[in-house]
Each structure stands twice: as structure tokens, then as C-alpha cells.
Design a protein around this ligand. Sequence first.
Ligand code: MF3
Ligand code: CO
Length: 257
Amino acid sequence: MKENPIILKTPSEIDCLREANQIIAAILARLAETVEPGITTGELDKIASSMIKAAGAKPAFKGYRMSNKRPYPACICSSVNEQVVHGIPSSRVLKEGDIVGVDVGVIYKGFVGDAARTYAVGKISDGARRLLEVTEQSLYKAIDQAVPDARLQQISAAVQKHVEASGYSIVRDFVGHGVGRNMHEPPQIPNYTGVGWNPRLQVGMTLAIEPMVNEGSWRIKMLSDEWTAVTADGKLSAHFEHSIAITENGPEILSKL
Ligand code: MF3
Ligand code: CO
């Protein structure tokens, strides 16, 4: 299969991507202080929505169409416990011990920002804490690989090695992606190796790297709302995502405050 080319960005395009992602970083930082037992996922969406508006940006997820699903209905994805990704904000009340993955996308100056992290709600179990730590560590190990002349699958390999050595499994049904004027650009970035394309990384590539890690089996199923992915075995799942740019000096994390 012939792949579409990866769209390289100029420094000024990367400036726009940085600005878009800084809006998201500010939202994720605010939500870190806001997530606590008793708040609903719908309230988290409201906060994100008003911050996106105040920044002069637009939500990238709202109305987004993926395959033949109905358009995505909210500004954020909020995925609780066994929910893997794409959970829809609702009147669900978060309770002590839950974990909640929040994914935010914005469009600003014509460019898409995309980042996610998983929060602890109050005090969580040691097992849940370790899952969050390993998943976030795997993201940073992946980002370390994003240097000019490396190969794409070195990113995938770094996630896979850390996650599997820690006794967890990698979700296979969703992948990271190139990001720019569109949310999903080539290349796809699986969090495991041995599939697809393995191009050389170059200065000017901008990538959204997003490990999704399950405590038990990697298998997922979809809920009837057409969007929410849950673990097939009902065990926990975590998700962290950063958008990065590859520069001469290595990776720059665009979505970090
Ligand atoms: N970070 C996710 C992704 O890159 C979020 C997409 S949510 C959607 O696919 F609703 F916009 F699809
Ligand atoms: Co993404």
C-alpha cells in the first residue's frame, strides 16, 4: 500500500501548532486542579469549552466525523476507569478512586492541537497509580526517540518495551498520528512494532504520540453510543498524549506548559 506523504511544517507553522497546543496545556493544567470526587465529566467539558472560546480557538473534536460514526458531540473526551478512549462527557459523577482520561483538541490559526492525560480522582489504588505512571513514562520514552534520522517504529518500540516489561498490554485498535492543519495526518503511529510503514523521521514532522495502556488484555469493545471504547475484560485503561515537533535539537513537546 502506498502511503500519503508526511506533511513537513515550516518554523512558522510549528509556531501556530505550539500556540494551539499551549491552549490545551492550560486546559489540562486547570482540569488537574478541578478533577475531584463529586464533579461530573460534563462539567469538565464545560470548563474546557469556555477556555477554548476565551482563547479564541475552536474545539477540534466537536462535530468531528470518524468512519461512519455519528459526529462527536463534545469538546473533550472523558474516559473513566475501563473506558479506553473517546468517552462522551455526561452527568456521570466522578468518585474517589476513579481514573479519568481527558483528551482535548482545538483548532487555532488553522492548526490542530491535540493532547491528553489521565487523572486520579482523589485517592486511587496502588495498582491504578502504577498504571498511570507506566503509561505516562512510556509516552516520554517514546518522545525521546523522536529525533531526526531515527525510524518511526523506534517510537512504537519504546512504548511497547516499557509497557510490556511492566506487565501491561497495548491497545491496538487506536494509534497516534501526524497532526497539522488536520487532526489526523500521516503517518499512523502504532504503540507496537511490526506493522505498517517505518519512515525515517525528519525535521519539521509534527506528531501526536498517544499510548493507550490496559491493565489486562489489549482487547477492547465499543459501547452502543458508537464512540466509547472500553476494555473487553473490564479492567482499567490509561491514556496520555502529547503533540511534538521534530527539530534539529530533537523533540519539542508542543503541548507542555
Ligand atoms: N486524540 C484523539 C485522536 O487523536 C481524539 C479524537 S476524538 C474525536 O484520535 F472525537 F475527535 F474523534
Ligand atoms: Co490524537
